[in-house]
Design a protein around this ligand. Sequence first.
Ligand SMILES: [Zn+2]
Length: 157
Amino acid sequence: MKEELYQFSYKVYESFSELDDDDKMLLKTAQDASSLAYAPYSDVHVGAAAKLANGEIIKGGNQENASFPAGLCAEGVVMAVAAARFPRVPIDTLAISYNSSRTESDHPIAPCGICRQSLEEFRAKTGSPVRLLMGGLSGKIYEVSDASALLPLAFRF
Ligand SMILES: [Zn+2]
């Protein structure tokens, strides 16, 4: 028996102004995409924007449902649209933001566990890591160079 250690590093930007121009544009697109959310139950409007390897930008918001498990996360909507429009084209960077009357949008939002699993498989499918930018409307921004790092020991078979 041996014990394994898992760790990952991520970048922390103190504010939007520290990002380069491409990342500013993509995070702004994600912030704007929160207006595409349908979130009457949680009132948490999440927006996501993906820059694909072919340069296309795909954006979307979470889509809730009275039958709660039928709801879709913003990241899932974006991955599905990307896969439908541009099959097997990698996502270079996925930016996520949110706004809600329930909380200040002043800290980064991270993908839920199900989206982490989906992102991990998107990487496997396209053969290319998905870089993540996680933010809000203000405050710090986190960058992870490979979203799969957020899900060690991912479900695979
Ligand atoms: Zn999710």
